[in-house]
Unconditional design. Structure first.
Length: 219
């Protein structure tokens, strides 16, 4: 249970890819003077399949998206998150109970599956899921991957990633609604700083991990 902002030790920010989790989480961590971590750093799984100035797409990542159908892409990533959960739970518990000395923790990532987070019984922990409409997510992925300049093969990989991202969000939101968990629209034009304010306000209002109201819509 969250005991006011003064008692808060862990803030969890979930959501699908490209909804702004890392940016907002880093602002929240700075505001609270907490450590920031991403679940993506805890274990490897095929990541974003487009080139950046710093890196090419690894062959195994390209093969993953090029060859697997959407259902298998979803199964693969959900299985990865299930395997990763014990490590995530240990990390949350260590910070929430004070076993981990030092600052609190802001942890973000798609691996924060709603059903598992809602089952946490640790103290001083809040959770919020970020969402964004399909057009917003598509625009961000296309911009990051320079879709307009990409080859047909590169576009195919991005299309598969986008399809997986959309399916993941649909499944995630279904669980968020079913469990009455708090979620915020990160694609409504608010700045990262404004979204961080909303995350903190929601966290302060929660009476249990991820819940500030009966219907899962922050007041």
């Amino acid at each position: 249970m969250v005991v006011g902002m003064g008692g808060l030790r862990v803030v969890l920010i979930g959501g699908t890819s490209n909804v702004g989790k890392s940016t907002v989480a880093q602002v929240v961590a700075e505001r609270l003077r907490f450590a920031y971590r991403s679940t993506d750093r805890l274990a490897r799984h095929p990541g974003r399949p487009w080139r950046t100035p710093e890196r090419d797409v690894p062959p195994h990542v390209a093969e993953h998206y090029a060859t697997l159908p959407l259902d298998e892409l979803i199964t693969s990533v959900l299985d990865h998150y299930a395997r990763l959960w014990p490590r995530i739970e240990d990390l949350i518990t260590a910070h929430a109970t004070g076993a981990e000395a030092g600052a609190g923790l802001v942890l973000e990532g798609s691996a924060l599956w709603p059903t598992r987070v809602a089952g946490l019984t640790v103290p001083h922990t809040a959770a919020v899921w970020l969402t964004a409409g399909p057009a917003v997510v598509r625009g961000r992925i296309h911009g990051a991957g320079r879709y307009a300049e990409a080859t047909a093969a590169e576009r195919h990989l991005m299309d598969k990633f986008l399809a997986r991202t959309g399916r993941y969000q649909s499944l995630m939101l279904s669980e968020v609604h079913r469990l009455g968990l708090d979620h915020l629209d990160s694609g409504d034009g608010r700045s990262p700083e404004e979204l961080a304010d909303a995350v903190l306000a929601t966290a302060a209002a929660q009476h249990a991990v991820g819940r500030s109201s009966a219907d899962g819509h922050p007041r």
